[in-house]
Design a protein. Structure first.
Length: 463
């Protein structure tokens, strides 16, 4: 071999080895920096105990020691996450690649997983570590079916991706679903998706957004069991949450939609959006910390959560019900409104209502609540008794004449307002609205009233 060529090859090998070492060093620094942020913290039901990193020339190895604790009242299960990182930028196409394996320190869990997954790994995880910082992990859980003692479980697999760089992180989950069938119960979960983005701010509060969707969740029980616990079918479920900062204040919005829900003999759909605006960021941080601490305690103390929640209402925060829409067959109901200016006393969690010193809970606040319903929702109940129809007509007439409700097209509307410590219904003081027309209602103790009460108390009543 030509000496120049030989020494050139030696030089390339040395450069490649040096790059491997430098690349491994950078990944080690970034890896341990992220590990320091997570050490001792709980991520849902998972707590990070410690992280070890062993750097080599060609490969590096990292081990994260975790505790999985679904039930805070029971001991957790230790889990080890082993990652093997190849310090080779050439094969990694400019980034370091890795493979991840999971090990549970619980023989019962391992046997159950091996049976369900037919010996396949719970998750096949691979990682990417760009030299510019950050990391990205993708995982796949293989589909499988297990049958035992007249029952079968079909797991349709799962994929996820988790990425992070600096203060930004994201997570995506795609779960096609599962089917469980037995003599006593059938359960179906179909097409679950989740995505979230978050950013740690300089004040220590996480902002971002998340979205969840589920095509169907169904539970069917055998005849005897369904008499105690009714089965249900939920379809087209969507939920989302967003937290952001504006001018030093925090804003949060939560949305929920259930396209259709069948529970026992009842069917309904619901769509709602609730917002908390102009929140004090320090008060919100205390509430998040209290809720996190409570979720990890066997017997949680609710007082810290209540104290932090009261702290949010400092006279500037706003609670806004952007929408609440409910449908039940031909019945429709919608509600929207807001509450601003509420300033709750810090002693409220300790002294309860006594802390208000006789004043109203909403004193100092300003509230508007608009309720709209169609006739079927308000007066469509099927009441027993010969004069039930007359009772409903009298109720409707009394409500309209007293100003409790007013007609708008095919709907009835009630607008509840609070301002200056005065409560009004459709602009009429609430006492006046409720008292007027009271004489047109059925007398107490009448036959019709007794029939209605008996129907209300009857098990399985449609009320």
């Amino acid at each position: 071999m030509n000496p120049k060529v030989k020494w050139s090859l030696y030089g390339l090998v040395l450069v490649w080895a040096a790059l491997n070492w430098v690349a491994g060093s950078r990944v080690q620094t970034a890896y341990l920096a992220e590990a320091d942020k997570l050490k001792g913290q709980s991520l849902g039901i998972i707590k990070v105990r410690k992280v070890d990193f062993d750097r080599g020339f060609f490969t590096s190895k990292a081990v994260a020691y975790l505790e999985v604790r679904p039930d805070p009242c029971k001991p957790g299960v230790n889990m080890e996450v082993h990652e093997k990182i190849r310090n080779d930028l050439v094969s990694g196409l400019g980034a370091l690649r890795s493979t991840v394996t999971l090990k549970f320190d619980n023989a019962e869990w391992n046997r159950a997983l091996e049976k369900v997954l037919n010996g396949k790994p719970l998750l096949e995880i691979s990682g990417v570590h760009p030299l510019g910082g950050g990391m990205r992990y993708t995982g796949v859980s293989p589909a499988s079916t297990v049958t035992e003692k007249g029952a079968s479980l079909t797991w349709k697999g799962l994929t996820f991706e988790v990425a992070g760089k600096g203060d930004d992180s994201s997570a995506t989950l795609d779960f096609p679903g599962l089917v469980f069938e037995s003599d006593q119960v059938d359960m179906v979960v179909r097409d679950l998706k989740f995505h979230a983005n978050s950013r740690k701010t300089v004040i220590g509060l996480e902002t971002g957004d998340s979205a969840f969707s589920l095509a169907e969740a169904r539970l069917e029980l055998a005849t005897g069991a369904s008499a105690v616990i009714p089965g249900f079918t939920l379809k087209e479920i969507q939920a989302g949450n967003r937290v952001e900062l504006k001018s030093g204040r925090a804003f949060s919005t939560s949305d929920l939609r259930i396209g259709s829900a069948d529970v026992g003999r009842e069917s309904f759909g619901i769509e709602t959006s609730l917002a908390m605006n102009q929140m004090d960021t320090e008060a919100l941080k205390r509430l998040v910390a209290a809720a996190r601490e409570s979720s990890q305690t066997c017997k949680p103390d609710l007082k810290p959560i209540l104290t932090a929640l009261v702290g949010l209402f400092d006279g500037t925060a706003e609670v806004a019900l952007n929408k609440l829409n409910v449908t039940m067959g031909d019945k429709r109901l919608s509600v929207d409104g807001n509450l601003v200016g509420l300033d709750l006393p810090a002693t409220l969690p300790d002294r309860g209502m006594a802390a208000l010193d006789g004043a109203g809970l909403l004193e100092g606040g300003k509230m508007r609540l608009r309720i709209r319903a169609n006739e079927a929702m308000l007066f469509g109940a099927k009441l027993p008794g010969e004069q039930a129809g007359q009772m409903l007509s009298q109720l409707r007439a009394a409500s309209e004449s007293g100003g409790v409700i007013r007609r708008e097209g095919e709907d009835y509307v009630t607008e509840l307002t609070l301002e200056g410590n005065e409560v009004a219904l459709n602009g009429v003081p609430w006492r006046e609205a409720l008292q007027s027309g009271a004489g047109t209602m059925p007398a107490a103790g009448s036959t019709d009233e007794e029939d209605v009460l008996a129907e209300w108390r009857r098990p399985g009543s449609s009320f």
